[in-house]
Design a protein. Structure first.
Length: 146
């Protein structure tokens, strides 16, 4: 979750974190260093700028968790975030995350920001944040067990 961060520039920061982990050689007292990747889910806090009281910190954390599952189920070693449309109203916030979020994305009420994946796993991907408004595959996302 991010607070007091430029919402338009934040995907660039998230991509830098992801790329730094991917490019780092982790030394773990083994003959060879290991390489890791990560998936990141993010949201902004407050979730609705014009209504900061509308969503608690815990609610935003559950949205970030949803975004992490979204990232993992759409390619791994990537990131995804959700932000409300500019005219999003507090009463529109998803109650049941697994069921309501895909519908709100389809209706362009929630906007998904995600990292563009390469078609080939071995091909490096240039850092680029893109915003899209397509519906995300719902059956690929399950709510967290907690």
């Amino acid at each position: 979750m991010a607070s007091n961060v430029n919402r338009h520039k934040f995907p660039i920061l998230v991509e830098r974190i992801r790329a730094d982990i991917e490019n780092h050689h982790f030394n773990i007292d083994a003959p060879q260093p290991i390489r890791l990747t990560c998936s990141v889910g993010f949201v902004f806090f407050p979730f609705i700028d014009q209504h900061p009281e509308a969503c608690s910190w815990e609610y935003a954390a559950s949205l970030a968790d949803y975004c992490l599952y979204l990232a993992k189920n759409n390619g791994r070693n990537t990131w995804a975030g959700i932000c409300p449309a500019s005219d999003f109203r507090p009463e529109e916030r998803p109650i049941n995350l697994a069921n309501n979020i895909p519908q709100l994305i389809e209706q362009h009420r929630l906007i998904v920001q995600s990292r563009q994946q390469s078609a080939f796993a071995s091909e490096p991907v240039k850092s680029s944040a893109r915003e899209h408004h397509e519906a995300v595959p719902i059956n690929a996302i399950s709510p967290s067990p907690s």
